[in-house]
Design a protein around this ligand. Structure first.
Ligand code: AMP
Ligand code: GLY
Length: 456
């Protein structure tokens, strides 16, 4: 029986059945946890939380996979009133927000401002903190102000378009254009030709990505290799969660269109202790200092999209949530009670918890619908899930049909995660099991981790 870490005010509410065992307060504790979202990231979060002592996990709206580790609740993420009603009815102790949109829309402010919800802990930044992801212009100004290394940039709107063209002329190809606001992961263009970059800049300002591109950030192109570093902070203290590498393009060898992510590997061989130390000193600490200086109360995840250029980290982007599919690899490497860790975060006590990472390597292969990231069919029957061995299959886009069969319900369908003592071992297990899963049009990358294997 694990010892549960209790904090003043939390103990009585959480502990429904206190027992004296060898003079210590030990379980049974019941924690009602609500995970918001419906992708592979949320399945992985719910899967990990469900292993916590006394955890009862609900997922809104969830998918066919989250139904295996908790109870799906049919609530829209934009309906804060319905979320509130559910939290009160089910006596939810902890809410974990998966995607960025509810955070950018102010779900944390809604919880903090509601007298009835004061006792419900919520993981995620408030609306101002969420601007780190919700507005690239805000993030760039923040990094400049607090000395966080990032690409040089210039902000353009319709009033200073000519200066934007001049900035484009002053930097070398490739040209990076970013819609200021959220654009469903599609708001970044990287172009080799100057004229094309100028044309696209005009189109963006004319509403190519709707209101999200009314302001465009032009950035200098950063060289190097990308890595996703995840920080959990209570605003004062922080822990580095396992890092991961994402594979963003649809095709093997990083060819073809950008996707939400086709696979992940954790740990990442080039994230040496020296590199991670630079990330902490040059990026994490100044970022937390900046958040404090701006009066932003940040209790949640910070996902640093980094470029490693010759051992020096630069921020490509901040996200205010976990990554997908990185979470499907990362969660399997976190040891111990994740609900305890998140409760400690919500209570400003991250310095008091013990947290460890597994030494194993996790490799995640994302299986997607034919045609993704462009048009694809949904509702394809899936088979082979019941035959899987030695892996965790996190559902990204699945649902039940009228006969309770698991069917595809999204572009990214299922993320298969295997562990090994090396990338090679984890890869071979993951791909062995991927071959057992079938649905019409299935596609996946065959080279997840291959590039890193050469570095190991
Ligand atoms: P984002 O949608 O912000 O994640 O950007 C999509 C991808 O564009 C990133 O994952 C990078 O691969 C690439 N990218 C964005 N900004 C830059 C930059 N300044 N230099 C090089 N690549 C970039
Ligand atoms: N895998 C990248 C992201 O979640 O934004």
């Amino acid at each position: 029986m694990a010892k549960i870490i209790m904090y003043p005010g939390e103990a009585k509410k959480d502990a429904v059945d206190w027992k004296e065992v060898q003079g210590q307060h030990i379980t049974a504790v019941r924690r009602n946890i609500l995970v918001l979202g419906s992708g592979g990231r949320e399945h992985a979060l719910a899967w990990k939380l469900a292993q916590s002592e006394g955890a009862h996990v609900f997922i809104a709206p969830g998918n066919a996979g989250t139904a295996q580790v908790g109870v799906n609740v049919n609530i829209k993420l934009s309906d804060f009133e319905a979320i509130k009603e559910f939290c009160l009815k089910q006596e939810i102790n902890l809410v974990v927000v998966g995607p960025e949109q509810p955070l950018v829309d102010g779900i944390v402010d809604f919880f903090k401002g509601d007298a009835g919800l004061k006792a419900v802990k919520i993981i995620g930044p408030d609306k101002r903190g969420a601007e780190l992801e919700g507005s690239k212009a805000f993030a760039k100004d923040f990094m400049a102000k607090y000395g966080v290394p990032t690409a040089k940039c210039f902000k353009v709107n319709k009033d200073n378009l000519n200066e934007g063209f001049k900035f484009l002329e002053s930097v070398k190809a490739p040209y990076v254009l970013k819609a200021d606001g959220l654009a469903a992961g599609k708001g970044v263009l990287i172009l080799n030709d100057l004229q094309e970059a100028k044309d696209e800049l005009g189109k963006m300002l004319d509403g190519k990505f709707g209101a999200a591109s009314a302001t465009v950030v032009i950035e200098e192109f950063l060289k190097g290799i990308e890595v996703s570093v995840f920080v959990l902070t209570d605003g004062e203290h922080y822990v580095l969660l396992p890092e991961a590498k994402d594979y963003k393009r649809i095709g093997d060898g990083d060819q073809g269109l950008n996707t939400g992510g086709m696979g992940a590997v954790s740990p990442v061989p080039f994230c040496t202790p020296e590199f991670l130390n630079r990330v902490e000193e040059r990026i994490v600490k100044p970022t937390l200092k900046g958040l404090k200086a701006e009066g932003i109360d940040y209790k949640g995840f910070i996902f640093l999209g980094l470029m490693n250029d010759g051992g020096n980290p630069y921020v490509i982007e901040y996200n205010v949530r976990m990554g997908d599919p990185e979470t499907e690899a990362v969660m399997t490497r976190i040891e111990g009670d994740f609900a305890d860790l998140l409760m400690a975060c919500a209570n400003g006590r991250l310095d008091e918890v013990h947290y460890a990472k597994s030494a194993k390597t996790a490799v995640t292969v994302m299986m997607v619908s034919g045609g993704y990231p462009e048009a694809y069919k949904k509702g394809m029957k899936m088979s082979g899930l019941e035959n899987l061995k030695d892996v965790v299959a996190f559902h990204a886009g699945t649902a039940f049909d009228a006969e309770n069969n698991v069917v595809t319900a999204g572009g990214r369908v299922i993320a298969v995660t295997a562990h090994g003592d090396s990338i090679e071992e984890a890869r071979s297990i993951a791909y062995r099991e991927v071959e057992k899963i079938h649905f019409e049009g299935v596609n996946y990358r065959h080279d997840i981790g291959l590039d890193l294997m050469r570095m190991q």
